[in-house]
Design a protein around this ligand. Sequence first.
Ligand SMILES: Cc1cc2nc3c(=O)[nH]c(=O)nc-3n(C[C@H](O)[C@H](O)[C@H](O)COP(=O)(O)OP(=O)(O)OC[C@H]3O[C@@H](n4cnc5c(N)ncnc54)[C@H](O)[C@@H]3O)c2cc1C
Length: 487
Amino acid sequence: MTRFTSSPGVNNRSQADRPIRVAVVGGGIAGVTAAWELRKRLGPEAHILIAEAYDRLGGKLKTVNFANGPVDMGAEAFMGLRQDFVDLVREVGLGDQLRTPSSDRPSGFFVDGKLVDIPRGTLMGIPATGASVAEVVGPEAAARIDAERSGAPMTWEPGQDVSVGQLVEARLGRVVVDRMVTPLLGGVYSTAADDLGVRATIPQLAEVLDERGAGGAEFYLIDVVQQLLDQRAAKAAHTDAGARPPMFYGFESGYRRLIDALRAQSGAEVLYNTGVESIGRNNDGWYLEPIGFVDAVILAAPAPTTSVLLQDVAPVAAEAMRSIDLASSVVVGMRFASAYGIPERSGVLLGPDAPTEAKAFTFSSRKWPHLEQRGGAFVRASFGTFRDPWYVEADDRALVAYALDDLEKITGERKKPEEYFVQRWWGGIPRYGVGYMERINEAFQDVRDIRGLALAGSMLSGVGVPATAATGRAAAAEIAEEMGWNN
Ligand SMILES: Cc1cc2nc3c(=O)[nH]c(=O)nc-3n(C[C@H](O)[C@H](O)[C@H](O)COP(=O)(O)OP(=O)(O)OC[C@H]3O[C@@H](n4cnc5c(N)ncnc54)[C@H](O)[C@@H]3O)c2cc1C
């Protein structure tokens, strides 16, 4: 391992004396992107280090080699709307790796023993009319949605926050939460709607609720949802169909290619199996145990670790990070010799009242033409949410058996995989609960004026890969700016 020795007055010394030294703690997408952005800003001489606790980079991005090719076992896609991330992928030379999902195989819900289309025209599963979701929620629950306007209106104090589940249950009924909102939001956050905050997960809804609720005005939730859906439709109508970005992208050879490219182009020295245990400051700059002295540091590890590392230097931020829970999950990837019986859909989302252990299946080879071309079929089963994390403790055979049993319930076919891979994601995704953004703002405020320290990671501004990568770039920009290092 590289060890830096202490040298007096690092920050006062002219940079010509020796190269700038910056450490990035954590080699997930946030950390690796931060290293890449640092290189662009600091130039070729800077000594950039990535300290990674495990023996590989990527964190929640992990590509596994199956007999007929690589497949992602963590994130497998990203939102096409994030042009900044598409540009980054192209800039590192991987534009030709980008793939789009099949357009004619939408995901579905499993309702009363059959697969149905996910209703269009909802706001993360929150409907504006009963008719739009009747097939999924049933006639009684659909009638209850429309009846909202016959009951007492709601009020909303601008700036307040509640859980999405609580809001939707109170206004539209429990069935809408369990059959619509939790499967859709849970697919992103591994957490039920009851444990997710409106402000952190559907900010556009919070914004309109603030507007409508000003001055104690009364209104109905379905009207707010309709307003947002109308705005979305108007925006879409103004965009030329040909100019609309694809909903999602994935990588032909998996996210590994991106991590490899970012690492290589960052020119960073990677310290594998190096968990940073503490950070501290003195006149020499920053001291990281067990690395030594550096001039600046970017913390890009998950929130609980970041909390521990911040406790002496930014106690308010440390407390904010400590309050962030993580949701664990498991992905079981299975390769089958034939696609027989696999539905012609990208996947299926399964709510808490579905008769399955799995919370979702991705029919990967139906979803992605580049995987279908390999022959046979590839399926990913996902288990576990914030409230039922015990799946990560189950053994491989039990998890594969659940996956095959559930697949049989959904498709009527008993299938046997040629090979499988079980990936446990301990603390996979931060829980964006009630009051979450306030805590994140507190953390930012506390760290903002600390010279040579910046934060990055999926706990800051959304769990998606593009948002997370953007935090790495922003952290690198902040460091370069405050240290006066921009190349
Ligand atoms: C199953 C699953 C599926 C997902 N699917 C999608 C998807 O399809 N699309 C999408 O956009 N997003 C998806 N996400 C979300 C996305 O993958 C993550 O939010 C993102 O990859 C997190 O990146 P990160 O760099 O913040 O953290 P991580 O990937 O967690 O990286 C943090 C790194 O820090 C290291 N570390 C921890 N402690 C220390 C220490 N003390 N010292 C040094 N290193 C340390 C860890 O080992 C890890 O490598 C998914 C997530 C999961 C779990």
